[in-house]
Design a protein around this ligand. Structure first.
Ligand SMILES: Nc1ncnc2c1ncn2[C@@H]1O[C@H](COP(=O)(O)OP(=O)(O)OP(=O)(O)O)[C@@H](O)[C@H]1O
Ligand SMILES: [Mg+2]
Length: 256
């Protein structure tokens, strides 16, 4: 099945023409430094990044290059040391606590690298939490999203009764259940075998096709081939930004 038609026009532009209502992301001269005792670690520096609504972007780079730090800043989970970040036009660097809270609740949804599932909640309850936190009524939404990630038969399992890959899929379902317009996914295929990884990429791409702005972090260059745009980080700097090397690929063409 061809779920990923390769077109010459910018895919984000094609989606925008179809009336996609995503959310822009703008970073101007952003730096993030962590100070531990006398030592300062520069996790990000001179980051200028402008992402169109409904874009499907991969952030690529080796361990420690600043990928999670970047996602945390965009998701208003942390604040930059320098620079300005706007999400959907809202300047989250100068915003009040309540405005930042609103961005976390209503604009972004997160798939954390370490899943962060609630151990005392079942798979279904973890996903329902996603709907609730976004202030929406569930109405069977959580169950249907769990089905989309292939876990219809695991709804009543607790996280410790699930494999790593299944926990990852619950974390993805929880993010999808919010319905928020920006999806930030930190290594969402890291724990998955190839077959399941492909299913998750198809789901993420469908979110962008549906108008969401999707940022996926990975260290796997093969995965980056399906993105509209690949932002490569090296030691806290953007070292490349453009179409995937060798052009966009269909998900069915990937191997890893
Ligand atoms: N809270 C923190 N305090 C101090 N240093 C930190 C903190 N968070 C991250 N760093 C440092 O900032 C750099 C970037 O970390 P980050 O977690 O963003 O990397 P990453 O690209 O996500 O790596 P990985 O692929 O291993 O997840 C690393 O050198 C890390 O040690
Ligand atoms: Mg990381």
């Amino acid at each position: 099945m061809d779920t990923n038609p390769v077109t010459t026009a910018s895919p984000a532009a094609v989606r925008a023409d179809r009336g996609a209502v995503g959310t822009r992301i703008d970073l101007d001269d952003v730096a993030k430094r962590f100070r531990i005792g006398d030592v300062t670690v520069t996790a990000l520096e001179e980051v200028n990044l402008h992402v169109d609504e409904a874009a499907f972007v991969v952030i690529l780079g080796p361990s420690g290059c600043g990928k999670t730090t970047l996602l945390n800043l965009i998701g208003a989970l942390d604040t930059p040391t320098e620079g300005r970040i706007r999400v959907g036009g809202v300047d989250i660097t100068t915003a009040s606590r309540s405005e930042r809270f609103r961005v976390r609740r209503e604009t972004v949804s997160f798939v954390f690298q370490s899943f962060n599932l609630f151990p005392g909640l079942t798979a279904l309850e973890n996903v329902e939490f996603g709907t609730e936190v976004a202030g929406r009524r569930d109405d069977g939404n959580a169950a249907s999203v769990l089905e989309q990630v292939g876990l219809a038969d695991r709804t009543n399992h607790f996280p410790h009764q699930l494999s790593g890959g299944e926990q990852q899929r619950v974390a993805i379902a929880r993010a999808l259940a919010t319905g928020n317009p920006v999806l930030l996914a930190d290594e969402p295929t890291g724990e998955l075998d190839f077959h399941t990884g492909v299913q998750i990429l198809e789901l993420l791409q469908a979110q962008a096709d549906g108008g969401k702005t999707v940022l996926v972090v990975t260290h796997n260059r093969e995965i980056s081939r399906v993105a509209d745009r690949v932002i490569e980080l090296g030691s806290g700097h953007i070292v490349a930004d453009g179409s995937p090397l060798g052009g966009r690929a269909r998900i069915s063409e990937l191997h890893w």
